[in-house]
Design a protein around this ligand. Sequence first.
Ligand code: KE4
Length: 448
Amino acid sequence: MNNLDGRGQGKSAATPPAADRNANSRALFSRACDVTPGGVNSPVRAFRGVGGDPFFVDRALGSRLWDADGNEYIDYVLSWGPMILGHAHPAVVQAVADAASRGTSYGAPTGVEVELAEAVRGFFPSMERLRFVNSGTEATMSAVRLARGYTGRELILKFDGCYHGHGDSFLVKAGSGVATLGLPNSPGVPEELSKLTLTAPFNDLEAVETTFRAYAGTIACVILEPVVGNAGFIAPDDGFLQALRRITEADGALLVFDEVMTGFRVAPGGAQERFGVRPDLTTLGKVIGGGLPVGAYGGRREVMDWIAPVGPVYQAGTLSGNPLAMAAGLAQLRILRDEDPYPLLEARTRRLVEGLLANAAERGVPASGGSYGSMWGVFFAAGPVRSFDDAKTSDVETFRRFYHALLRRGVFFAPSAYEAGFMSTAHTEQDVEETISRARDALDEALA
Ligand code: KE4
């Protein structure tokens, strides 16, 4: 099946033996478990949220993934967000190859870092100054250190279910892998540090106002996923983000939008463009690296000027601004900017969610969901899901059965009830209709 730019799908690496379609993945998983905790380099990949063992990827192209046994999947995980143009886009692959031929890292500034920074600022004008790092975690850790340094305050406020990477201050009622694994707070995070992280339920404005009254003048920042993706997909109530802007402004706390996932997804300029709220700081990741390790944080000039070497707040990184990662990110952002795939991505994503919800409604299965741009989510819960507590009322058992029935039918969703899904420009209309059809059969199997 061709995808948007006419690239045909490649032949699968190997046709799965009729007997066992997972033999190679199972052998790799066994070896991996002998050398790496849980056999994975990031917990959510271990399928603990859905049961069973993970497949190992052999290759990917466009909207497709093939595993080590040659099984083909329509991919909606897309590396948890980065692959907005689909896998192995020729422009991105070529940019990385060209960059590699000139060396892979210098530890000195390059022109491509400046070009990518200018391109990012073109999408996010609130990022008057920005700094590249190597992951979303580094971006959020740095943004919080900066907020504490700039304000001279120590407390931060986050929301239950929001995940901001694995920085110590964030592993307090976090979402994503922590939620999937049911780890409320991670061991190893000092109690003294956890006490500096206040939490509130997402969309609970009263809780936020109460917290600010109780801790007036002592909160360095509020950090949030402006559209939650790490507790499943949860949209902000009308006015919620605007109210956070007003409350933080009045108190002198900084407003930090963690747009690592929402950036370039819910709109070209992220949630801050879609909802018209200008945060003091923004963190980015995923899409800006085109699949290579890149994060970024940035915002108001007078705040960012507190970052070394201009200011006293220290942050550094050997591979920050890596030329291959910058080249991949720049290639991807140029296409997003010049080809404007957003109307198509939004329509295709909306159609997918509509189809998945219709499948459930036709069978009397409680389900709710939504999407903004190319980020989406569906819960096996009647809804509306406005908070992490609401999300936890989902029927995870039905989700697990549905998940594996769908995987066997060649569709790869995030292996957790508490994750958002994505869409790429490589997903065709036929891919989406085929997905809805396979999901209908998978749901019937799950309910049988
Ligand atoms: P990384 O350190 O994983 O690059 O970014 C951390 C991060 C920060 N903020 C938000 C809103 C994020 O979604 C993430 C990472 N997202 C998860 C998936 N929900 C990454 C997947 C994983 O942990 O393997």
